[in-house]
Design a protein around this ligand. Structure first.
Ligand SMILES: *Cc1c(COP(=O)(O)O)cnc(C)c1O
Length: 359
């Protein structure tokens, strides 16, 4: 794909950028450019370009604004010690975007075009890739329905975009274990719904539960499947893992409602490499409670691109609080995290070929 280049005439000054990169937080600041590729039914993908970052002109009738035909991705670019910038399993994100596109009746984008778009943005905005420990440039590809039409059918005009945001530690400051809230009144997904698509609508549906969580001192919510023995599904934006006695790592199987996390898949591989026995299966809230009562539950942790791996200290609910061991730095989650971050940042050999050099 040929990309036109319209570079910004007023990028952030080096001083401003340095100030931002000192403490970027997560999702607060955006780089100087964006990559755009438009799609029109009957024409296909066209007008691939880099342009200055800025507001999008959209018709007020654009279908994304009314019917939520939108999907997105999240991946990171890491600065390595040799000065190169590398991204982690970008093809997986491209393939997942296409799986989400099929579910939301949006057009698929060739995997190579996705990777090219990401690469181009990182090359143009390379100065924004942070160099601090655990920091990265977070990349947010997304696709929206832009056709001005209020009838209900898939949009005939679509736009794919990539924006980038320098990212520090997701939860801010030191890595510490977090309490999570058990959602008992809300589900984020149902069978046959959009649970395994990465679409904005799933997040909109999770926010009321997140507010409930905040009222109980938690930043994250755990969802169950009330139609399947209250099997554990995932958090609002992270997959969940359990370490049981005997070096067993358990995570809910992909049941159609759960996001196919790239971090989840990588954790499963690393755990197998480390000699853990790995189980993808149904794990109910009752089994969880029993494991805590019997003392066979060793650790609970959550994972996703933004926060990598985060230990979970407690599950709070209207019935009370369950507290978990294994939040210390000698735990299984910490070993997996060290390997995963190590590969991403170049400190550990990339034996699975997970990195792609962007710069
Ligand atoms: C993006 C996302 C995840 C994590 O996926 P990664 O590919 O590991 O970043 C987990 N759950 C939900 C609902 C998500 O949207």
């Amino acid at each position: 794909m040929e990309f036109a280049r319209h570079l910004s005439e007023h990028p952030a000054t080096a001083e401003r950028r340095a100030e931002i990169l000192k403490d970027p937080g997560f999702g607060n600041y955006f780089t100087d450019h964006t990559v755009v590729i438009d799609w029109t039914e009957g024409v296909g993908w066209h007008d691939a370009r880099v342009e200055p970052y800025g507001p999008i002109a959209l018709d007020p009738a654009a279908s994304v604004l009314h019917y939520g035909q939108e999907i997105f991705e999240g991946l990171k670019a890491f600065r390595h010690a040799d000065g190169s910038v590398q991204t982690f399993r970008a093809e997986k994100n491209a393939e997942r975007l296409n799986a989400s596109a099929r579910r939301l009746a949006l057009p698929e984008l060739p995997v190579e075009s996705f990777v090219e778009a990401v690469k181009l943005l990182v090359q143009v905005d390379e100065a924004w890739v942070p160099e601090g420990d655990g920091e990265a440039l977070y990349l947010r590809p997304f696709m929206i329905a832009t056709e001005a039409f209020l009838g209900v059918r898939p949009s005939r005009e679509v736009s794919f975009r990539v924006i980038a945001s320098p990212a520090g530690n997701y939860f801010g400051g030191e890595l510490h274990a977090v309490p999570i809230w058990l959602s008992e009144h809300f589900s984020r997904a149902g069978h046959g719904g959009t649970g395994e698509a990465k679409c904005g609508g799933n997040y909109a549906a999770s926010l009321a539960a997140q507010l409930e969580a905040q009222d109980h001192g938690c930043a994250q919510v755990l969802f169950l499947d009330p139609t399947d023995d209250f099997a554990v599904e995932e958090l609002g934006g992270m997959n969940v893992f359990f370490v049981l006695e005997g070096n067993r790592l358990v995570t809910p199987r992909l049941n159609g409602n759960i996001l196919h996390g790239v971090t989840r898949a990588s954790v499963l591989q690393i755990a197998a490499d480390l000699g853990l026995s790995v189980e993808e299966r149904k794990f109910t809230i009752d089994e969880w409670r029993e494991a805590v009562a019997e003392g066979t539950l060793r650790e609970v942790f959550a994972c996703g691109t933004a926060a990598v791996i985060t230990p979970v200290s407690e599950l709070r609910s209207e019935q009370g609080t369950m507290t978990f061991p294994g939040t210390g730095a000698d735990a299984v989650w910490a070993r997996i995290r060290e390997q995963l971050l190590g590969v991403q940042t170049g400190a550990v050999a990339d034996t699975h070929g997970w990195l792609t050099k962007l710069v």
